[in-house]
Structure formats: structure tokens, C-alpha cells
Design a binder for this molecule. Structure first.
Ligand SMILES: [Ca+2]
Length: 499
């Protein structure tokens, strides 16, 4: 009887009729991006897996992150798995659907939300949907998936020939990744089923891959499709968090925010040319506060409920360590800036240790360094041509109070003291010195002020009228606060709550 009832419940969940059952998501905070194959292996085959993540939840909790974003976990012919073969399954090298259910349950117990990487722009060219669609084109029949991909009767840019017939298909990322026809109503219905399926398995959010390629160059159509995805996910779970990868300029990102999506990654502020790295290297951060406040205001003007998603580096970029010239104080300065920004910051796994990697994509996705003993690490991606330069891993940095790892832990713990930082409105303050990044964040009538010093040599004092009567929530790097005055040693910061 119980089995029968649980079957009925699962069915209702699948039909989206039981939103309350998964509506309570953990509070949003810092996201941690994981390349599953390189994180933690649990069964000795050298490939990281879902059980490995379960085994490392103590670590993730000690880091203070509130969401883990798993790069694609579905069956795929590639090591990176951005070309999906089956949207309803887990790649056997990562585990089973049962492992996934255990992971989401274990995460929920610890107040950690699981975010799935959803690749809706294209599938694998070996996906049965695509093979059937090509077959239909060839024989001029009309099958279920015939209009799920984009076919042309002639050659063109980003078009690939179907062998044996005079048809071409669109593949913006190459012939092995055919683009979906997102106008197809039956395909959208299938996507709704996929989203609901994973929500019923405990997923609390989605990272949407390759958003700018949905309708290449047609931003209004892309925003319309994004709105469909967000509304579908939120109809099941109003707290579902959606963040899109739109690797493009500010104007285009703002157009896409018209979809109402929770967040789009802040690509313009990321990477070696972005404001966080540049400020960290220069030891000058006063313009970061005004630039970020301006960016936050522009997002809010387009979509009042949306929030920024700042980061420094991800799986497609060189590791932050290299951008920051392999110097821990520079790495600490960049983290001090972006991890205390309003919105939902994202840490790429291993960034908190100072892992290295640049050049080919595989080099950017090297095994997590759990300790200097290589036997504790996963196998590197086969095509990687760089070795990891970082020697001190989690085990070594754990016991060093000045390590980068402990800096990240303290920073994220500090951030977690101020829930205003997730959805609050940002206003820049003039801290009176180029090295000072100062701003307030207000949410639901409560205001916190963040004052950071990114100078690596000067102790600075910041005394502002607005800080009078404020209560110190916490600090990092030896910062102190009394009587409205912050005393900030090199690389330090405070959060205070205003009266
Ligand atoms: Ca394994």
C-alpha cells in the first residue's frame, strides 16, 4: 500500500500537481560549480561521481556554500557532457538516478541546493531524437521529433550535411551538437517534462547553458524562450533558482533580463579583463562599488526580482590563479571583492585552493586537489596537456590559518551573516581612498554596509556619518569597528548593520 501511495505521489509530482512537496528550498547564498568527473571518485575508477560529492558534503558545508551547480550529469559521448544523449538519466560513470536522489536528499539536510546544468540549445548528434529526425528528413516522413531540430535544404553558416541526403542541420557548436528548433511546441512540452522530472528528484535550480545561441542574434526570441523555461520551473516550485550563461556584453544581458530570469552570470565583470581581477591587481577598488551598484540598478530597472551573479572564472576560462599572477594576496583581494557583492556569487571548484589551469578546456577542469598526495585525486581529462601546479591541497591548507582556503571559508561565513546581500539594493559609498570598496545593501527595510580594503600594504581608517550607531556583524583580515569608524589592515573588510 505504501509503495502504491508513493507511486501516486511520484506521479503527481511528475505531473506538477504537488508543488508544495518541493517548494521549500534552502536560502540562496554562494554557488559552487563542480565538474563532477574531476571532483571526487568513490569507486576507484578515477572518475569523479555523485557518491563522491555525497562523501564531500562535510567539505562543502565547511566552505559555507548554499548551492552546488553540477556541470551536466546526463549520459553523453564526451568527457564534458554538454552533448546530451538522454535528458532523463545519469551518466553511468557518474552513478544512478538513485545516487542522485540520495545526493539531493543529503544536500537538503545540510541546507544546500542542487542546481542542474540544463543544455537546451542542442543535443548530441547521437541522441535518438536527432537520429529519428534525420531519418524522417531523408524519407520525407513526419515523425515526433522531425521539427525538434533546425534543417535546411541548402548549405550555410554553422550548417552540417546529413550523409546520404540533401539536407543540412544547424549546429552552432559543431556537427556533434545539432541545435534544437526551440519554436517547436512539442519540443517545449518535452522540455517542460524534463524540468519537472528533475524537480521531482530534488533539484532546486537550473543553470541554463549557451543562452545566447538559443536564437543566435535574435535576443527578443531568446528572452521569450527563457521566460517559458522560467515560468515552467517556477509553476512547479516558486523558489526554483534559474541562472543563465549569456557570455556577451552588458546591453545584450540586460535585454535577456527582460525574461524575468533570476540571474545571468556577470560575464563583463569576470575574467582577467573584468573589474574584480583588475581592482585586485591594482589595489584600487573604489570604482568597483560604483560600477557594481550601477549594474545592479540597471538589472533591477529591467527585472525588479532579478539579482546579479558575479564570479571571476568558470570551466571555460583560465583559472583565477593565473589571472591573479599566482599570488595568494591577489587571489584574496579578488575574492574579498566579489564574494561580498549583492546577488549570487559563484566559486569555481578549486578556485578556493588556488588551482592552476589555462589553455585547452581540459586544463581548466583538472582534478580537485584534496591533498598533495596524487592518489587522493581523480584522473585528469585525457586531453589535458598541463599538470596541476598547486601542491598544497585541502588537507594542507586546512591547518594553515592564512591559507586561501581558510580565507574563502571566512569570507563566505561573513557573507552568510547578512541575508540582505542576496536580494538587496546596492548603493555605493565614498570610502575616501582608492583602495576602499564601500557600499550599503538594503533589503526589506534592513541595511548593511560593507567596507573592504584591497591595499596589500596600507592600514586605512574609514569614518562615515552613515556608519554611526551601526552594529558590527563580523570582519575578516583583522578589521575592527567601533563608534562609526572602521579600522582596516591590508586586505580586510567588515560588514555592519545600520540602525
Ligand atoms: Ca568513479
Amino acid at each position: 500500500m505504501r509503495k502504491f501511495l508513493s507511486g501516486i505521489l511520484s506521479l503527481l509530482l511528475l505531473m506538477g500537481l504537488l508543488p508544495a512537496a518541493y517548494a521549500e528550498e534552502p536560502a540562496l547564498g554562494v554557488t559552487y560549480e563542480i565538474f563532477v568527473a574531476s571532483f571526487q571518485d568513490s569507486d576507484g575508477d578515477g572518475i569523479g561521481d555523485l557518491q563522491g560529492i555525497i562523501d564531500r558534503l562535510d567539505y562543502l558545508q565547511s566552505l559555507g556554500v548554499r548551492q552546488i551547480w553540477l556541470m551536466p550529469i546526463h549520459p553523453s559521448p564526451s568527457y564534458h557532457k554538454y552533448d546530451v544523449l538522454d535528458y532523463y538519466a545519469v551518466d553511468p560513470s557518474y552513478g544512478t538516478l538513485d545516487d542522485f536522489d540520495r545526493l539531493t536528499a543529503a544536500c537538503k539536510e545540510r541546507g544546500i541546493r542542487v542546481i542542474l546544468d540544463l543544455v537546451l540549445n542542442h543535443s548530441s548528434s547521437s541522441h535518438p531524437w536527432f537520429l529519428a529526425a534525420c531519418d524522417d528528413k531523408f524519407f520525407s516522413r513526419t515523425g515526433k521529433t522531425t521539427d525538434w531540430y533546425v534543417f535546411y535544404p541548402e548549405e550555410g553558416n554553422a550548417r552540417h550535411k546529413i550523409s546520404g541526403c540533401s539536407w543540412w542541420y544547424e549546429g552552432q557548436f559543431g556537427s556533434h551538437m545539432p541545435d534544437f528548433n526551440l519554436d517547436s511546441e512539442s519540443l517545449r512540452a518535452e522540455f517542460a517534462k524534463i524540468i519537472t522530472f528533475w524537480q521531482s528528484h530534488g533539484v532546486g535550480g537550473f543553470r541554463l547553458d549557451a543562452v545566447t545561441s538559443y536564437y543566435t542574434g535574435a535576443n527578443a526570441s531568446t528572452a521569450d524562450f527563457l521566460r517559458f523555461v522560467c515560468e515552467t520551473a517556477k509553476a512547479n516550485d516558486p523558489d526554483c533558482y534559474l541562472v543563465g550563461e549569456a557570455w556577451t556584453d552588458e546591453a545584450t544581458i540586460l535585454t535577456l533580463y527582460e525574461s524575468g530570469i533570476d540571474s545571468l552570470f556577470n560575464f563583463p565583470a569576470s575574467d582577467s579583463t573584468g573589474r574584480f581581477v583588475k581592482a585586485a591587481l591594482a589595489g584600487k577598488s573604489s570604482t568597483v562599488a560604483s560600477a557594481q551598484a550601477d549594474w545592479n540598478a540597471r538589472i533591477r530597472a529591467v527585472s525588479p526580482a532579478s539579482v546579479d551573479a558575479p564570479f571571476v572564472s568558470n570551466h571555460d576560462m583560465a583559472r583565477a590563479r593565473g589571472m591573479l599572477r599566482s599570488k595568494v594576496p591577489n587571489e584574496k583581494a579578488a575574492a574579498l571583492l566579489y564574494l561580498l557583492m549583492p546577488g549570487v556569487p559563484t566559486v569555481y571548484y578549486g578556485e578556493e585552493l588556488g588551482m592552476s589551469g589555462s589553455g585547452s578546456d581540459e586544463n581548466k577542469r583538472l582534478p580537485m586537489v584534496w591533498s598533495s598526495d596524487a592518489a587522493t585525486q581523480c584522473k585528469a581529462p585525457a586531453a589535458a596537456d598541463q599538470a596541476q601546479r598547486l601542491t598544497d591541497g585541502v588537507a594542507e591548507q586546512d591547518s594553515d590559518p592564512d591559507s586561501l582556503l581558510n580565507w574563502y571559508r571566512q569570507l563566505i561565513a561573513l557573507r552568510n551573516l547578512a541575508p540582505e546581500l542576496t536580494r538587496g539594493e546596492m548603493t555605493a559609498l565614498d570610502g575616501g581612498n582608492d583602495a576602499i570598496c564601500a557600499y550599503t545593501v538594503t533589503d526589506a527595510g534592513s541595511t548593511v554596509a560593507i567596507i573592504s580594503n584591497v591595499s596589500q600594504k596600507d592600514t586605512l581608517t574609514v569614518s562615515l556619518d552613515v556608519l554611526r550607531g551601526a552594529e558590527l556583524l563580523g570582519g575578516i583580515g583583522g578589521a575592527a569597528f567601533a563608534d562609526g569608524t572602521a579600522n582596516l589592515p591590508p586586505l580586510s573588510g567588515i560588514i555592519v548593520r545600520l540602525p
